[in-house]
Write a protein that binds this ligand. Structure first.
Ligand code: PLP
Length: 262
């Protein structure tokens, strides 16, 4: 179980899905990988939610993914997500999760349409989101993003700051805190990738014992196309998978988060 490799060498080589059948195929492959990882870890696959990540994917292909059964999609950039949400109002049961860094001045967009926000990393943002959600009469599931790789370039709170941060969240009644989210080191060195996931799980386990009332810390959102098996072995309850479902992405990761050693 500890020698599961990363698949970062697949980067840029995942088969592109165009039709609903292509999506069914790619989803089945990913679900089989999830099931195999769960089996190695002695976990029930029902405890792992697959969040397909549709950034850069156009509306026509997203509709094919919907036809193949996708009902929850992750987007890194809020404006892109909001455009897609507006364009696909007819798909009433399609839900959007914003998984990328958010500037406070765009909080009102998230409050308007998102079902979930996975990159909460400042109290100022929490406060703005909560105020906007009150105006919209909505609530939002949120994950606190943690920088587990120690790279300056990564978004998210340093692990040491998370307990104090969580203690401040009960002030915001429209935010339903679900758990923690991280991006691991992007490396072929599986042991170092695994160490990021272990750090997030251990932090969650410690925090859970002292969590304020109403703060749920059950969820761990960790793992993407190249490393989700390792994340599942270490306790992921949500895996965010783009390229293994939609196909290789031309846009480099540096467009989505500042790249250090990634
Ligand atoms: C794009 C993205 C993913 C998915 O990455 P893939 O390599 O396409 O699987 C996961 N998490 C975040 C925050 C992302 O922006």
């Amino acid at each position: 179980m500890t020698d599961t490799p990363t698949l970062h060498d697949q980067h840029g080589r995942y088969p592109r899905a165009e039709t609903a059948d292509d999506f069914r195929h790619n989803l089945a492959v990913v679900q089989a990988r999830i099931a195999a990882a769960c089996q190695r870890a002695g976990r029930d696959p029902a405890g792992v939610r697959l969040l397909p990540v549709s950034k850069t994917i156009d509306e026509a292909r997203i509709r094919q993914a919907y036809a193949a059964g996708c009902r929850f999609l992750g987007e890194n950039k809020v404006q892109e997500a909001h455009h897609k949400w507006e364009a696909m109002q007819d798909l009433a049961d399609l839900h959007w999760s914003v998984i990328g860094h958010l500037q406070t001045n765009k909080a009102k967009l998230v409050a308007r349409f998102a079902s979930e926000f996975q990159a909460l990393d400042s109290l100022r943002l929490a406060e703005t989101l909560d105020r906007r959600l009150q105006l919209e009469g909505r609530q939002l599931d949120v994950f606190v993003q943690v920088n587990t790789s120690g790279e300056d370039s990564k978004y998210g709170l340093p692990p040491a700051d998370v307990p104090g941060f969580i203690a401040g969240l009960p002030r915001f009644p429209c935010l339903r805190v679900r758990g923690l989210m991280t991006l691991a080191l992007f490396s072929d060195d599986a042991a170092r990738v695994r160490a990021c996931f272990v750090r997030l799980r251990e932090l969650r386990d410690r925090l859970r014992q002292q969590a304020p009332d109403g703060i749920g810390l059950d969820e761990l959102s960790m793992g993407m196309s190249g490393d989700f098996e390792i994340a599942i072995e270490e306790g992921a309850t949500v895996v965010r998978v783009g390229q293994a479902i939609f196909g290789a992405r031309a846009v480099p990761d540096s467009h989505y988060w500042p790249v250090g050693t990634r």
